[in-house]
Design a protein around this ligand. Structure first.
Ligand SMILES: Nc1ncnc2c1ncn2[C@@H]1O[C@H](COP(=O)(O)OP(=O)(O)OP(=O)(O)O)[C@@H](O)[C@H]1O
Ligand SMILES: [Mg+2]
Length: 276
């Protein structure tokens, strides 16, 4: 964090979320997303990186279970082009095996070290670890104490988003509690399935160093946009969606989000640039 009273912010890239976080994530922090399967954690993580890529920042996506092709499949399903960023190495997609990640001697630490170096050279760095659960659940008690140390390294390297799988029974066991406790920000994504508006909800559980909104907000996942918090921020406006290369269903949804003042003209411009 910087010396002045207001910490600098890293825009999340999720429409509607920065306002709830007091301006975005705080720079050089570790930020957790907790949610059951299918709540959009992977999409959120990639969206966070896309925002950085478009701002010229260096980004890295770390996974333990997804193959590289899976990453591309997720971006394709949302209509986002990332191949050029991967080609130019502005975006690195890395897969680690849980078996070879003893904290003190892992490929991750080497990668983080390199990132911290590049961060020193004035580049903003965004890191997504999706998901952190395989790592935390396979390590032993003693090594869990090293999570704090690992997070300190992450913060030096850049601003990170890590995801944690919440079990369906809603019981957050101790192995998930540790990273949540040590994180600077925790966002809880929920899919309660009550249909339409309140089917998916987002709540900021904590945000160290910052004000945050304490409400529960509906969110959706939309082709082209990704995760969008349904929080009215603007005057509604009419948008011509005919040229958007997304499904008819997504077009209708985007039209509605614009009319309701949930997304801005700037958001629309961003989507157009982003999609294939
Ligand atoms: N093109 C799309 N349009 C609308 N919704 C989509 C689209 N693609 C995916 N989704 C939604 O996103 C969900 C998957 O999101 P994501 O993969 O980010 O979830 P996750 O929390 O990472 O889940 P997992 O436990 O599989 O890692 C799908 O279940 C679906 O509801
Ligand atoms: Mg996922």
């Amino acid at each position: 964090m910087e010396n002045n009273r207001r910490p600098s912010r890293i825009p999340t890239g999720i429409p509607g979320l920065d306002e709830l976080l007091g301006g975005g994530y705080v720079k050089n922090t570790v930020n957790t997303l907790i949610g059951t399967t299918g709540t959009g954690k992977t999409i959120f993580s990639i969206q966070f990186l896309l925002e950085g890529l478009e701002r010229g920042e260096d980004c890295i996506y770390i996974s333990f279970d997804l193959e590289k092709e899976d990453f591309e499949r997720v971006t394709e399903s949302l209509g986002w082009k990332v191949a050029d960023y991967i080609e130019s190495e502005q975006l690195k997609v890395m897969k680690f095996h849980v078996e070879d990640t003893s904290f003190l001697n892992s490929g991750i630490m080497k990668t983080l070290g390199q990132l911290a170096e590049s961060a020193k050279h004035e580049h903003e760095v965004r890191i997504a670890i999706d998901s952190f659960t395989p790592l935390i659940t396979t390590i032993d008690e003693r090594a869990r104490a090293d999570v704090g140390w690992f997070f300190r390294n992450l913060r030096t390297a850049g601003t990170a988003v890590i995801t944690l799988e919440e079990p369906f029974d809603g019981r957050i066991n101790s192995s998930l509690e540790i990273p949540a406790f040590l994180s600077d920000c925790v966002i809880h994504l929920k899919n309660i399935g009550y249909g339409e508006i309140y089917s998916r909800t987002l709540r900021i559980v904590k945000h160290r160093f910052s004000w945050h909104n304490e409400g529960v907000f509906p969110y959706s996942i939309v082709e082209g946009i990704g995760v969008v918090v349904e929080n009215k921020r603007f005057e509604g406006f009419k948008v011509d969606v005919s040229k958007l290369r997304v499904s008819e269903f997504a077009k209708t949804k985007i039209l509605k989000l614009a009319e309701e003042g949930i997304i801005s003209e700037k958001d629309i411009e961003k989507i157009i640039k982003r999609i294939l």
